[in-house]
Design a protein around this ligand. Structure first.
Ligand code: SAM
Length: 303
């Protein structure tokens, strides 16, 4: 390994001369190096390490446990992808539950819908919400202060266990399912059954479904887990420069199929109900997101 260590240390020498860099460990074999302008906040909560970092290319970003969660560069791609397909599929979402979503940007997208009467957001970590409110106003866009918005600090699964409230759309915007992490139990059959029991008859569930380049296996496990509970589950993807990867999402329902939505269906729904612009999502983008390449379709069916 000596030549590799030599290469590595000369790279590190050059990097340290260029300024401050942040290393994100994607896998044991692949790291991302990001140039840092400044660190606006760094701390630790009961659940995770939290930082708000301004990167030279991505702008301000929320970083949890060393992983970039969202950045000003392309957070709209992630949040529009997560929210709007489920909302369009439901057609008339009045009550929406967000599990996770600490930055407030998922709520921002939900609140663009004029059908929405109430958004309940349950995030386990009060500190993520406090830090996002203070340091990431561009991301929440005031959603925390909308009169239709209600914040509950607590575990999303426990919230569903203890309440009998019904929702038209449930959106899971939690951290990746790492064993021992706070979101691990949000990706189980038990959780999806519970969520389904809290959905109205045409209810829709959406979740982020991790990195499609490095974690295709995780995507297929989430796909089959949700598929054992809902009759119509559709995976889709959007490329995220902040994660240097195509990112996976899943939308599930017992009544409506996201693959049946045409470009015109989506454009009409957005025109009728969405106040303010979407930058990424529209009818054509919908068709693009749900048209998966062959290797992913094969991986999804892999038992
Ligand atoms: N965009 C991110 C990504 O890269 O996947 C996810 C968004 S980040 C804001 C995830 C949020 O989920 C965090 O605020 C975290 O506190 C919250 N979270 C994790 N586990 C949770 C749980 N069991 N219940 C509620 N919120 C949870």
């Amino acid at each position: 390994y000596s030549w590799r260590l030599g290469v590595m240390s000369s790279v590190m020498d050059q990097v340290s001369r260029m300024g401050t860099y942040f290393i994100e460990f994607e896998t044991p074999f692949s790291w991302h190096l990001r140039a840092v302008n400044r660190v606006l906040y760094s701390g630790e909560s009961k659940y995770q390490r939290i930082a708000v970092v301004e990167f030279k290319d991505l702008g301000k970003a929320l970083v949890l446990d060393g992983k970039v969660q969202s950045s000003l560069f392309d957070e709209y791609v992630y949040h529009e992808s997560l929210v709007h397909p489920a909302m369009v599929l439901n057609g008339n979402p009045e009550r929406v539950l967000i599990i996770g979503g600490g930055e407030g940007a998922t709520a921002r997208e939900v609140l663009k819908w004029d059908t929405v009467k109430e958004v309940v957001m349950v995030d386990i970590d009060e500190e993520v919400v406090r830090v996002s409110k203070e340091y990431l106003p561009e991301m929440h866009g005031g959603s925390f202060y909308d009169k239709r918005f209600k914040l509950i600090i607590g575990d999303g699964r426990r919230f569903l266990e203890e309440s009998s409230e019904k929702f038209d759309v449930i959106i899971v915007d939690a951290t990746d399912p790492l064993e021992g992490g706070p979101s691990y139990l949000l990706y189980t059959v038990e959780f999806y059954k519970l969520a389904k029991s809290r959905l109205t008859p045409n209810g829709v569930l959406a979740t982020q479904a991790t990195n499609m380049a490095y974690a295709l296996r995780v995507l297929s496990v989430i796909y089959r887990t949700i598929g054992s509970v809902f009759s119509k589950v559709r995976p889709y993807q959007s490329y995220m420069h902040s994660y240097d990867a195509p990112w996976g999402f899943m939308v599930a329902s017992d009544t409506a199929d996201a693959l049946q939505l045409t470009q015109a269906d989506v454009d009409n729904a957005l025109m009728r109900h969405v106040k303010g612009n979407t930058r990424y999502y529209d009818g054509l983008t919908h068709v693009h997101m749900f048209t998966l390449p062959r290797h992913i379709r094969i991986a999804l069916e892999d038992k």
